[in-house]
Design a protein around this ligand. Structure first.
Ligand code: AP5
Length: 222
């Protein structure tokens, strides 16, 4: 069997999944596959399907499974995912988790599921202060992880912007959707012996070190 490594990062919106996935990507040489990023980058608001996807995201609702699952299947077939991937924001419900099991079964299945814990209050503070680079997607926080020059990306000088779905009322619905649908995956992966838990209140560097240590301990990568 051609074994591949698939990590699923779980956690409330704002827990730090994207931040950690980008750091792990560099370290492990596996691509970050973020369904949220793929939707945002490929969103064509002039097509009916683009407008439909945007309407779900703007409300903080999940985009329909058939669209999301097909997109991930296509993404995992690309050459840079030949060794596996770091999944960020997928799966988000049991239907998606079962689809991921089917996609990864020929390569040994999902290797590990780190769950990053954070309270709703802290998640809200992190999300409302988040800024993202329009060109390279680097993620900052106005207070916890600011760019050197206000509004300008350190990596490529791109413009930093606030996501449309990072308004407090949309964040509240994203949290509601997380508890109603995505949190079921905690039990799903726990029962499979894949879940490991991390305190997301630590600094970005501390969370990353803990993640690396867990991956090494479980002998999955590193
Ligand atoms: P998505 O883009 O996946 O958003 P999310 O899951 O809500 O997660 P976030 O990106 O908000 O948070 P994060 O955990 O990555 O935190 P980050 O690292 O940025 O999804 C958006 C929408 O797309 C969904 O609502 C849905 O509509 C749709 N969608 C996506 N996937 C889907 C799917 N599978 N099915 C259906 N629909 C889907 O960090 C947050 C902030 O905190 C940043 O400012 C960062 O700098 C800061 N920070 C991070 N870590 C720390 C730390 N340790 N200490 C201090 N600050 C920190």
């Amino acid at each position: 069997m051609n074994r591949r490594i698939y990590f699923v990062l779980l956690g409330v919106p704002g827990a730090g999944k994207g931040t950690q996935a980008k750091l792990l990507e560099k370290r492990l040489g596996l691509p970050q596959v973020s369904t949220g990023d793929i939707f945002r980058h490929n969103l064509n608001s002039t097509t009916a399907s683009g407008l439909l996807i945007k309407s779900y995201m703007d409300r903080g609702e999940l985009v329909p499974d058939e669209v999301t699952i097909r997109m991930v299947e296509d993404r995992l077939r690309l050459p840079d995912a030949a060794g596996g991937a770091i999944l960020d924001g997928f799966p988000r419900n049991l239907v998606q988790a079962e689809a991921l099991d089917r996609m990864t079964a020929p390569y040994g299945g999902v290797s590990l599921v780190p769950l990053i814990h954070l309270s709703d209050e802290e998640a809200m503070q992190r999300i409302t202060g988040r800024r993202v680079c329009r060109s390279c997607g680097a993620v900052y926080h106005v207070e916890y992880n600011p760019s050197r020059i206000d509004g300008v990306c350190d990596v490529d000088g791109g413009e930093l912007y606030q996501r449309d779905d990072d308004k407090p009322e949309t964040v509240r619905n994203r949290l509601y959707v997380y508890y109603k649908q995505t949190s079921q995956l905690i039990g799903y992966y726990y029962a499979k012996g894949m879940l490991v838990e991390i305190d997301g209140r630590q600094s970005i560097e501390q969370v990353q070190s803990e993640l690396i240590a867990l991956l090494a301990e479980k002998e999955v990568a590193v």
